[in-house]
Design a protein around this ligand. Sequence first.
Ligand SMILES: *[C@@H]1O[C@H](CO)[C@@H](O)[C@H](O)[C@H]1NC(C)=O
Ligand SMILES: *[C@@H]1O[C@H](CO)[C@@H](O)[C@H](O)[C@H]1NC(C)=O
Ligand SMILES: *[C@@H]1O[C@H](CO)[C@@H](O)[C@H](O)[C@H]1NC(C)=O
Length: 207
Amino acid sequence: MFQVYIILSYILINTFQTNLCSASLLLVDHKNPCRAYGNASVYDITNLVKEWPITLQGPGFGAGEYNYWWSCAGKTQYCEDIDTAVCQQRIDGSPVRFNTGNVSPQLWFGLFNGAAFQTNLTWDIMYPNLQSDPKLIDGTGIRVTVVHFIVDPNIEKPLFTMNGENKYTEYSITVRGKCIGQPAVNQTTFVQGYCDPQTGQVVPAHH
Ligand SMILES: *[C@@H]1O[C@H](CO)[C@@H](O)[C@H](O)[C@H]1NC(C)=O
Ligand SMILES: *[C@@H]1O[C@H](CO)[C@@H](O)[C@H](O)[C@H]1NC(C)=O
Ligand SMILES: *[C@@H]1O[C@H](CO)[C@@H](O)[C@H](O)[C@H]1NC(C)=O
């Protein structure tokens, strides 16, 4: 448990550093795990892709290439546990699949106040594993995936990068794009909402 605590602290510190210490916890929607709220703002990645999961390839720790399947609402279709947010499997045909992060304990870190007016906004979602038996030392319960979101006005369509695995089973993915579900304002109507990745339109926020 102590070790896990140290690992999580390390990741939290990294998360805060990449966000230049400006991140707060956001409030995850009770019905839609792909959506979270700041103060009068909404982050919604439901339509980041037409069909979940997102399939990515990238390195694991040490040698080896892996497939990763990420689904913000769970049901990756690859890991058995439907609460899995990210599922990992070696490309070379090994049948073992790892749950590298759960949906239900997810934490969103972002700008709580004024996000809709921020240029080049960034935020993170952290998916830690649910922990069961602390006697298991095979990696069960200690995996965690962090997804970094970077709003970049020069990238038309959402771009996904699997950054791979850091020491001690921390995985990371980066999402870049002009419209990746971030809080946004319609410059004509001044209606506030989020930028829908499928249409590029600002969709008004309804709680
Ligand atoms: C939320 O926004 C309101 C209005 O701007 C502000 O008064 C309040 O302090 C904010 N809440 C937090 C927790 O920052
Ligand atoms: C936002 O990001 C773009 C692309 O990376 C960059 O050209 C621009 O200078 C950034 N704007 C601000 C205000 O940082
Ligand atoms: C803003 O609202 C106007 C009027 O409803 C609409 O035509 C336009 O497409 C909207 N723009 C965005 C980026 O949502």
